[in-house]
Design a protein around this ligand. Sequence first.
Ligand SMILES: C[S@@+](CC[C@H](N)C(=O)[O-])C[C@H]1O[C@@H](n2cnc3c(N)ncnc32)[C@H](O)[C@@H]1O
Length: 362
Amino acid sequence: MTALMEKTLMGQTMVAPAHIPVLVEETIKALSVQPGGRYIDCTLGGGGHAAAILERSSPGGQLLGIDADPKAIESAMERLAAYDSITLVNDNFVNLEAICYKYDFVPVHGILFDLGLSSLQLGGDDRGFSFQERAPLDMRFSPDQEMTAGDIVNTYPEAELAHLIRTYGEETYSRPIARRIVQERPINNTLELARIVERAVGGRKGKKIHPATKTFQALRILVNNELGNLELALKQAVNLLGYEGRLVVISYHSLEDRIVKQFMQKEAKDCICPPNVPTCVCGHTASLRLINKRVIVPSETEIENNPRSRSAKLRAAERIMNEDEHFNLVERLGSSPEVKEHGNGWRRPTLLKMLRTAFDAV
Ligand SMILES: C[S@@+](CC[C@H](N)C(=O)[O-])C[C@H]1O[C@@H](n2cnc3c(N)ncnc32)[C@H](O)[C@@H]1O
């Protein structure tokens, strides 16, 4: 595929930039991609990361790719046409476990979430994600979703709008923006909304980013329930990882990154009782080991080549298992005679080695 994807709209040829995947080498390393491995890309987009995973897991690698956006699936299908062992699913990653069981894709060696939007969506003329182009206020990842950004800006009470823009946009001027939105309703497209926000905050002067950036972010997060879905999907991802399987998440704003960081930190602890509780009562056991204690960010060269990568943050963790989980996995992988024979002996190093062998053979 070339660097540009052509789209024809009303006789005109429009050009939407192809998505350049972010932190590719870092992702492959963090996922510890191995030949013959089985991987899930929960945010397929244009298929850039997926292609790199398939390349590096060859021979024998398998990939399950998910995207809520049917257009992303179409574009990834084109890009990944050369690979046999792929399954592409148009669904929301909030249904991750159900999808994997449906396609018998459990356990896996690695799971990737590359959150947010692809350039195909940002550059799309009809999606409403960008304040640079006139488009209906849509912002849905999938046309099956009911609520659009237009529904929110044109119907929400002022106080709720202000709360939304402050919470999901981390916008200081949420109140004047909400007031102006309500005064200027109905708002019909992205450019109208961007101008209203700009006027509400007193223009662009002295601002590092476009004044509408945070309001658009807030609307997009709510329309797609991005934070709620992420929390639910991360929990499911842990259940799908096999022994020493890797979870890798790339996020693009602080709200997402906070969820990922807190989730991984919590799952890396054996006890999550408050510090004032003298003896552990939570019964929590660690399910992850942090791979990178410090977040991984793009190099200056990558940011120069792909400015959209500038806010990316990568976090990675490895699946660890407690004794019950080992037993469950032994049972699940029970077709291996070796595991059956030694599974109950609890000679930990031997069992771990066997689990690894059995898992690799699945
Ligand atoms: C940053 S792009 C991924 C780009 C991809 N890694 C690549 O290399 O081309 C994020 C993609 O995730 C999808 N997405 C976001 N949230 C989703 C969700 N909850 N379920 C499924 N797909 C989602 C978006 O539709 C978008 O295509």
